[in-house]
Design a binder for this molecule. Structure first.
Ligand SMILES: Cc1cc2nc3c(=O)[nH]c(=O)nc-3n(C[C@H](O)[C@H](O)[C@H](O)COP(=O)(O)OP(=O)(O)OC[C@H]3O[C@@H](n4cnc5c(N)ncnc54)[C@H](O)[C@@H]3O)c2cc1C
Length: 376
């Protein structure tokens, strides 16, 4: 492992930790219960510069590295996975293609405002019949003299109900491979379905989006026709590392909550943490958290040094999400009935952690990817 956290990293961690402890944790339960997009906190995260961390200063960002970004994501997820999921989507997948390929208008009217949280974006890839099998999408972009006409249906789109713009993966009628398009949410023919009721990350709203002959100009094609998946691959490792950071954050929250409980809950005359059956759970959880952290930093560092990282990104996403789920499960057992009561956050961690098994590619798909990286 060839990395070291520097002063900037420490400053980022402390800044986001303070923000999460002061502002996010006190509201996390309400965000989950109300199942509403946390507008105010989202804007405050924008003011902290989170949405521009990974973009260069010349583009209005702060040009920070993947390590800094991960440290911020971990803290946000430790506070509220709903907020962290919505913010991570905005900071990476919803804005990356605008930065990379957007025309002047897109950059000025949408990208710059998305970096402050003033405008909200989405990435529309998944369809009712194309989840893991993205190559099977049927959303069409018909090529015309003026631009494109988009028709199709997307599902599970994070932040769609509150979005100002969409980045859409679609198939053109003149190319086999997929392309990415920019679509303002207010354009005629864009219809947003109601929020899908979910087990976890309930404040990060997700819904169906349909495109009914939506006409967009030529310059709203992001990148070249047929290069959509190639462009997605550019940020795939970072998406997976970010998902691992989300998992690590929620695992840490569950562990910290249970540890405090084990030190104070007295049964049979002593704190339950003094019983070996309980203390060993913490040793196991600590091992999982430490290993996850080292793997996360290692993968982030590979990105920052421009080294190959696809395999490491898939491995850490898989490992971190499985560990987060097992930690939430064990931590919940430590708190027994209190881990089951909605009054305590443990049940929320348990529900939220499930998302990390799916986001960034399901763990079954990741195992296939890892095996391929091994030449199998
Ligand atoms: C909270 C949330 C937010 C989301 N936000 C977005 C978003 O903003 N934008 C977006 O585009 N999508 C989003 N998604 C969708 C997400 O990316 C997909 O759900 C995910 O890609 C899996 O697709 P699926 O649910 O259709 O499962 P499927 O692909 O149908 O998979 C079902 C099961 O089969 C397994 N499986 C499938 N193929 C194989 C195979 N070849 N070998 C072995 N096992 C296989 C899977 O691992 C899984 O266990 C979100 C999902 C959730 C839950």
């Amino acid at each position: 492992m060839d990395y070291q956290l520097n002063e900037t990293h420490e400053l980022i961690r402390q800044t986001f930790k303070a923000f999460v402890d002061d502002k996010v944790r006190p509201q996390a339960e309400a965000i989950d219960v109300n199942k509403e997009f946390p507008y105010e906190l989202f804007k405050e995260v924008g003011q902290l510069g989170f949405f521009g961390m990974r973009y260069p200063e010349s583009a209005g960002g702060s040009g920070l590295d993947v390590m800094s970004y991960c440290l911020a994501v971990v803290e946000l997820a430790r506070g509220s996975m709903s907020l962290a999921a919505a913010c991570s989507m905005q900071s990476l997948m919803a804005t990356y293609f605008l930065h990379r390929f957007g025309c002047e208008e897109i950059k000025k009217e949408y990208f710059a405002k998305a970096l402050t949280g003033e405008k909200i974006g989405t990435i529309c890839m998944t369809e009712p019949n194309a989840g893991s099998d993205l190559m099977n999408i049927t959303t069409m972009a018909k090529v015309t003299e003026e631009g494109f006409i988009i028709s199709g249906q997307k599902i599970w789109i994070t932040s769609a109900t509150v979005a100002d713009f969409m980045t859409v993966l679609a198939r053109t009628d003149n190319h086999e491979a997929l392309s990415i398009f920019f679509v303002p949410a207010h354009f005629e023919g864009v219809q947003i379905g109601k929020s899908i009721d979910k087990l976890g990350v309930r404040g990060s709203v997700t819904s169906e989006v349909s495109f009914d002959n939506v006409r967009i100009p030529k310059q709203y094609l992001l990148g070249n026709i047929g290069e959509g998946t190639k462009c997605l691959f550019e940020i795939l490792a970072e998406i997976r590392i970010m998902t691992a950071a989300l998992a690590y954050g929620v695992g840490l929250a569950a562990y910290e909550e249970a540890l405090e409980y084990a030190k104070t809950r007295v049964q049979f005359g002593k704190p339950i943490g003094k019983f070996q059956a309980i203390s060993i759970k913490f040793a196991d959880m600590a091992v999982k958290l430490e290993t996850t952290k080292q793997m996360l930093y290692h993968a982030a560092n590979l990105c920052d040094r421009g080294l190959p990282r696809q395999k490491e990104a898939a491995i850490v996403k898989l490992y971190a999400s499985e560990c987060a789920n097992s930690i939430c499960d064990e931590a919940s057992r430590v708190m027994a009935s209190y881990g089951y009561a909605t009054e305590y956050p443990m049940q929320r961690y348990l529900r939220d952690a499930r998302f990390t098994l799916i986001g960034g590619g399901t763990n079954e798909i990741l195992k296939i990817n890892i095996a391929k990286e091994l030449g199998l």
